[in-house]
Ligand binder design. Structure first.
Ligand SMILES: [Zn+2]
Length: 666
């Protein structure tokens, strides 16, 4: 997440959690008023006599506070005659709404006998194998601690917790990838997941075993995914994943379109869908014979059927997402990317059919309401979770009240003011994290479930790569020794290639430490299972790529095989590309450029000036960039120092000042 977005999210969480914790003693009267206004906005006078269709009010509950969003269709005052409603002025509407809420029993006094149950829908997404805590943040044992506290609260009031994942569970860490995601499933079973959507990266492992794609006719390209589904104590959901041969949703053991569960006496339907781009965002060889049906149309069909079967609540687990920056008011979408896929889906659905969408895939944060649907998404890597509470009238069989929560950071220790451990929002001493009035303690049962995988990985991490680093090799800027080393490995892996390019800022995740190199360190540099893809372009196109990027971004492109010389000529940035020998590369010279599948399909926008619609074609089989890197280092052998990777006086990139470069006439 960009620093600016992180800061805005953090500011929102400050306001949110200050109310949530009830600790208002440090606030001035004015500050308190501002925060209260955020959660208790005054009526919008421009909204006409009835005001906006949904209103928020301040609400305190178990030291958590949130917006209570009243759906007019479910409101006890919905029975007021339209004439009476039309007679109301904007000024007295708030009073009436407040009076209406008085007739609704407060959740704290609810008991199973009262007919109303609170369901807490907890959403996670894009775990990407992030099963272990990093720097006291995230990890499934710690998530288990938050869940334990929340389940305690729901047990006390006769409600229930439903835990739903929006997909991309497995791909991304050695702890998960070494077991093809089995470690994640073991932990998810112990955490008591209700259901999980299938994400695009769930296809990444291909058949069971080390090969990521089928090698023999008998190999099932979906073998690893099916094995994980079979191990899961909860269903994998993929309603819009279609078997082209049958024209129907796939029919694999424990992979279903939707499921109807009962929680606290309430029937809840859960439907799983994946993004329209799912099958182009994984290894193509593993998704032959499959297609993805339109999300909204699929959801509409299943949600209608689930309602007919008695579902009072319909939840969608969608591996498709949105992106918002401000969480002050769930109905305020001004900070959201309105064209996001999941918002479009929500706008296509009939109002009242779906209650909650647990979203994912964009690795962003959402805690917003779109067309009456509560949509939550909580970043990635197991760092946060989303939550929506629903009060359900069991006799009337519908949701009466909905409370949305901002994405919650998963922290062992937290800033006592902001209730987060996001470094962008912490200052001073951190204290023991609390949730639902109790300290958050890692759940030992989850650690136990993860122990075998962690043990297996310990040996793999310690495996020597066969080279000794006499100094650390770092991702410095703008000339990155690690970026140089990594792209040298990419270039050497494709015979006859001229150039290698890589999104080194963002794509390389750690420095290489000094000492005998281990596979664990290589993995930390490159945790993504990116594939090596050679593409064709001309010298002119490559120059366009660099010129656009250097003027647009401060992020470093790592590259090998060329030297880039940039200088300002008036307002124009002039670029010369040459071979390391100094021979210039002409505009019409054909070049083979090695990139990752991430770049080839438009990742980071680096190839944006020249990319064909839909991205460059990917080969059916391709080497993993990480393995290419490890093999290259192993072949290099001996000793290596950081300075060996830099050529003073002939550095790979020469630019007039720090990017993004703005040339201007003096
Ligand atoms: Zn995804």
């Amino acid at each position: 997440m960009p620093a600016r977005a992180a800061a805005r999210l953090s500011r929102a969480i400050v306001a949110w959690t200050t109310i949530a914790t009830g600790d208002l003693s440090h606030l001035s009267g004015g500050a308190l008023l501002r925060i209260l206004r955020q959660v208790w906005p005054t009526p919008d006078p421009s909204a006409g006599p009835l005001g906006p269709p949904l209103r928020a009010r301040a609400h305190r509950r178990d030291r958590e506070s949130s917006f209570e969003v009243q759906d007019p269709a479910a409101d006890p005052c919905a029975g007021l005659s339209m004439n009476f409603k039309n007679a109301l002025t904007a000024g007295c509407l708030l009073l009436v709404v407040s009076a209406c809420t008085l007739f609704r029993p407060p959740a704290e006094r609810l008991t199973p006998a009262s007919g109303v149950a609170t369901l807490s829908i907890v959403g996670t997404n894009d775990l990407h194998g992030g099963i272990s805590a990093r720097d006291d943040r995230g990890g499934l044992a710690l998530l288990g601690g938050y869940l334990k506290n929340l389940r305690g609260a729901r047990t006390r009031d006769g409600g229930a917790v439903l835990l739903v994942d929006a997909g991309d569970m497995f791909q991304g860490t050695l702890e998960s990838n070494a077991t093809e995601g089995a470690s994640v499933v073991a932990a998810y079973n112990a955490l008591g997941y209700t259901a999980a959507a299938v994400g695009n990266h769930e296809f990444d492992f291909g058949p069971t075993g080390p090969a990521a794609t089928p090698r023999a006719p008998a190999d099932d390209p979906r073998g690893a995914l099916k094995a994980r589904a079979a191990e899961a104590a909860f269903p994998f959901l993929a309603a819009n994943l279609v078997d082209v041969a049958s024209g129907r949703a796939v029919d694999w053991p424990n992979v279903k379109p939707a499921v109807l569960v009962e929680a606290a006496g309430v029937k809840v339907g859960i439907i799983g869908v994946m993004t329209r781009e799912a099958l182009t965002a994984t290894i193509r060889a593993n998704v032959g014979g499959l297609s993805v049906a339109p999300l909204a149309q699929t959801i509409r069909g299943h949600a209608t059927a689930l309602r007919t079967q008695g579902a009072a609540v319909v939840v969608v687990a969608a591996h498709a997402g949105g992106r918002c920056l401000n969480f002050d008011r769930p109905e305020d979408l001004s900070s959201c990317e309105s064209s996001s896929e999941i918002f479009s889906v929500a706008r296509e659905l009939p109002r009242g059919l779906v209650d909650v969408i647990v979203a994912g895939h964009t690795h962003a944060a959402v805690g917003h309401q779109v067309e009456g649907i509560a949509i939550i998404e909580a970043l990635s890597g197991g760092r946060a979770f989303g939550r929506v509470d629903l009060d359900v009238d069991r006799l009337a069989n519908h949701v009466t009240t909905r409370r949305m929560f901002a994405p919650r950071q998963i922290c062992a220790r937290e800033d006592p003011t902001t209730r987060t451990c996001d470094p962008a929002a912490t200052a001073g001493t951190l204290v023991q994290a609390e949730y639902e009035n109790a300290p958050v303690m890692p759940d030992a049962a989850i650690d136990l479930a993860l122990a075998p995988a962690l043990e297996q990985v310990r040996a793999l991490k310690a495996r020597p790569v066969g080279i000794v680093l006499d100094t650390p090799v770092r991702r410095l800027e703008p000339d990155s020794p690690l970026g140089n080393l990594f792209t040298d490995a990419l270039l050497a892996s494709v015979a006859g290639a001229d150039v290698a390019l890589h999104n080194s800022s963002g794509g390389l995740r750690a420095d290489l430490p000094q000492g005998p190199l281990t596979y664990g360190s290589v993995y930390e540099v490159m945790p993504f299972d990116n594939l090596v893809v050679p593409i064709q372009m001309t010298g002119r196109q490559l120059r366009q790529v660099f010129a656009t990027h250097l003027q647009r971004s401060s992020r470093v492109i790592g590259f090998s095989g060329i030297r880039v010389r940039a200088q300002c000529s008036g307002e124009a940035l002039e670029l010369v590309l040459m071979r390391p020998s100094g021979t210039p590369i002409s505009d019409d010279e054909p070049l083979v450029v090695v990139v990752s599948d991430f770049l080839a399909t438009g990742g980071d926008g680096i190839l944006a000036p020249i990319i064909p619609p839909g991205g460059f074609p990917l080969p059916d089989t391709a080497a993993l960039a990480r393995d290419v890197f490890a093999d290259y280092l192993n072949r290099l052998g001996g000793h290596l120092r950081q300075e060996d990777l830099l050529e003073p006086g002939n550095s790979r990139l020469s630019v007039p000042g720090a990017p993004p470069i703005r040339c201007s006439t003096p």
